[in-house]
Design a binder for this molecule. Sequence first.
Ligand code: NDP
Length: 253
Amino acid sequence: MNHPLFDISGRTALVTGAGRGIGLALARGLAEAGCTVVLNGRDGERLERAAAELPGDRVHTVVFDVTDGSSVEAGIADVEQRVGPLDILVNNAGMQLRAPILEFTDADWHRILDTNLTSAFLVGREAARGMTERGHGKIINICSLQSEVVRPGIAPYAATKGALKMLTKGMCADWGPYGVQVNGLGPGYIETELTQPLVRDAEFSAWVRRRTPAGRWGRTEDLVGGVLFLASPAADFVSGQVLYVDGGMTSVL
Ligand code: NDP
């Protein structure tokens, strides 16, 4: 990435849920682009192992639960004091629970809402305090193709991701005047721990390949380019958008 529009070297980025899967791949991409990267998660040992895999010596970890307001507040304060002011936030932490609505418990509803939506509100709000004061920042919320479309058995997940899309637009409206751009990135079906039950289901797995114009499942690395773009000066006039990186799936019936 030699063009100055894509130069994000020297920026500081926090990625939530970065101990594995998509978050880890995005953290690696940001580190390779020259960012100082902070990996968040709830399991400190897993984060240390993940950090050791990343290139460069500007990789840090911070343990906090993204669903807990006071932990989020303390975690962001700790990062800004220990590592430096945040330029980029990737709200990636999330979970999936598959069950028909009639079998979905109140507790699971609150858990998935807290993990996929409240988390972005809490972490985004704390990160944006400094960003809006300094007059620049990039926030990228990891949405989903299910921000747009839904299948039977995943209504609560889709509801959280659809609402995350609107939260993205609302953050864009609130913080745009202060130089902060907020966008979403919507992955299609990507092979990770979260989708293992689907990957192992041969029939479903074949359906994904058939339904995706690109003809395959996504890989975590497929998402890196979109995040680097949204984090870069090339996207300084792009805000409130969701970039779907799904091999074309959301565009076809
Ligand atoms: P994984 O299950 O592999 O990883 C989820 C990550 O989130 C883990 O590192 C986990 O860390 C972290 N996490 C979960 N809850 C919390 C919490 N309360 N506090 C802090 N961290 C938490 O999922 P993926 O990598 O597949 O998914 C990443 C994101 O991408 C999610 O938002 C998901 O909805 C989205 N997505 C994924 C798709 C896919 O096909 N895989 C498709 C579309 C969207 P730990 O448990 O160690 O704390």
